[in-house]
Design a protein around this ligand. Structure first.
Ligand code: ADP
Ligand code: ADP
Length: 231
């Protein structure tokens, strides 16, 4: 579960103040699949980065899985992030010179997981995304859609409660976007909460809930399915 109360974010440069988020109040339940939509510059990435503890905020409270993140040190934030959150980006962010296996394994090494545990998680994650036979391939030997599936494998190998996706299909053609969306739905059905920023209205409508951000404000919350569907 994830809760924001009156969260505001202001970017300040010498001359300009940008109110990227204005008093955001919202609650996302465990197991939800939420799509975040809104015009360019409206604050979607800022919202996702705050949600994922990549950025701090000025005002308000944010509770991630019941823990108030306000006042946590950078180390506490990064521990909490590693434990709870997985990220996927529009540009995949894979290491081009390393095989898929290592791309997925490296974050697990950083977390100090034992070799046997890493191996089991990497193999399971590759299996989930349908790339078990490609462990030794380099990212450049794969299509864009497959590379995004590797990035998803890397994220889920960390066994996050929350998977945050910033335009995950933005660089993909519609068939590959469809496959990535189906994969995210499968991951959501296994219990992972997903928050996805997207420009694609068709994909957004497939989420349980659509949160629209305009000029830093969460202005509309529309349920596309009833609450009962949400675990
Ligand atoms: P979106 O993801 O909806 O396109 P962003 O969250 O990236 O929107 O940006 C929201 C607003 O904050 C925009 O006006 C953007 O220019 C501004 N902004 C984002 N990041 C920074 C930054 N690091 N420094 C200054 N302004 C920023
Ligand atoms: P370590 O050196 O971490 O104790 P190993 O000698 O078993 O473990 O593996 C060396 C490296 O080979 C690992 O870091 C991992 O990146 C890679 N590796 C292990 N299993 C596979 C596999 N099935 N496919 C591709 N690479 C693998």
């Amino acid at each position: 579960m994830l809760k924001m109360e009156n969260v505001s974010k202001i970017y300040r440069t010498d001359l300009i103040e940008t109110h990227a988020l204005r008093k955001v109040d919202l609650h996302i339940k465990a197991g939800e699949f939420v799509a975040i939509t809104g015009p360019s510059g409206s604050g979607k990435t800022t919202f996702l980065n705050i949600t994922g503890l990549l950025e701090t905020f000025e005002e308000g409270n944010y509770y991630l899985d019941g823990q108030n993140v306000q006042g946590m040190s950078d180390n506490q934030l990064s521990d909490l992030r590693n434990e709870k959150i997985g990220f996927i980006f529009q540009s995949f962010n894979l290491l081009p010179d390393l095989p898929l296996y290592q791309n997925i394994e490296i974050p697990l090494r950083y977390r100090g997981l034992a070799q046997a545990d890493r191996k089991q998680r990497v193999e399971q994650a590759l299996e989930t995304v349908g790339l078990a036979s490609r462990a030794k391939h380099l990212p450049t030997q794969l299509s864009g859609g497959q590379q995004q599936r590797v990035a998803i494998a890397r994220a889920i190998a960390g066994e996050p409660k929350f998977l945050l996706a910033d335009e995950p299909t933005g660089n993909l053609d519609s068939l590959m976007a469809q496959q990535v969306m189906e994969l995210l739905e499968k991951i959501n059905q296994s219990g992972t909460t997903i928050i996805m920023v997207t420009h694609d209205d068709k994909l957004a409508r497939r989420a349980h809930r659509n949160i629209q951000i305009f000029d830093g404000q969460v202005s509309d919350i529309e349920y596309s399915v009833t609450d009962e569907v949400v675990k």
